[in-house]
Design a protein around this ligand. Structure first.
Ligand SMILES: [Zn+2]
Ligand SMILES: [Zn+2]
Ligand SMILES: [Zn+2]
Length: 134
C-alpha cells in the first residue's frame, strides 16, 4: 500500500519513506517531527525531517504550522506535487494539545482589498477534544 502511494506521488521508494508513511497510516493522526523522532530513535533526524519535507512537497501530507511546532497530517484530497487540494480548518485541543483535521468544513472565501494577492488561508479552531471533556 505505501509503495503504491509513493509511486503515485512520484516519490522514490526508500526504507525511511516507507517507514514514515506506514506510521502515518497506522496512527491516523496529526504528527510532528518530535513524534517521529521518538518513533524511530535509531534513524537520523535530518533524514526524518527531509522525508516530511518531501512528502509535503509531493502532496502526501500537509503541514499545520500555527501550533508552535510544525505538525503534519496525511492528505485525503487529491493532492499533487506543489498543489494541495485539502484546505480545511484544524482543531487544537487546549488540554492535550492534540490537533485534528476538520475535513468537511469549507474555509470561507474572504475577499481581499484590491492589490492583495491570496496565497493561503489558515483556520485554527481551539477548544477541548472529546477525550479531554468531562
Ligand atoms: Zn494536501
Ligand atoms: Zn484533548
Ligand atoms: Zn489537515
Amino acid at each position: 500500500m505505501v509503495d503504491k502511494i509513493l509511486e503515485r506521488h512520484a516519490v522514490r521508494i526508500t526504507p525511511m519513506r516507507q517507514l514514515v508513511l506506514e506510521y502515518f497510516i497506522e496512527k491516523d493522526m496529526v504528527l510532528g517531527l518530535k513524534d517521529l523522532e521518538e518513533a524511530f530513535p535509531k534513524s537520523d533526524k535530518i533524514t526524518i525531517y527531509r522525508t516530511l519535507k518531501t512528502f509535503e512537497e509531493k502532496g502526501i501530507i500537509h503541514g499545520i504550522n500555527n501550533v508552535g511546532e510544525i505538525k503534519y497530517a496525511r492528505c485525503k484530497g487529491f493532492c499533487d506535487v506543489h498543489h494541495h487540494a485539502d484546505w480545511h480548518p484544524h482543531f487544537q485541543c487546549d488540554v492535550c494539545l492534540g490537533v485534528v483535521c476538520v475535513d468537511d468544513a469549507p474555509i470561507p472565501n474572504i475577499e481581499l482589498p484590491q492589490g492583495y494577492q491570496w496565497k493561503s488561508t489558515t483556520v485554527m479552531i481551539t477548544g477541548v477534544c472529546p477525550d479531554c471533556t468531562g
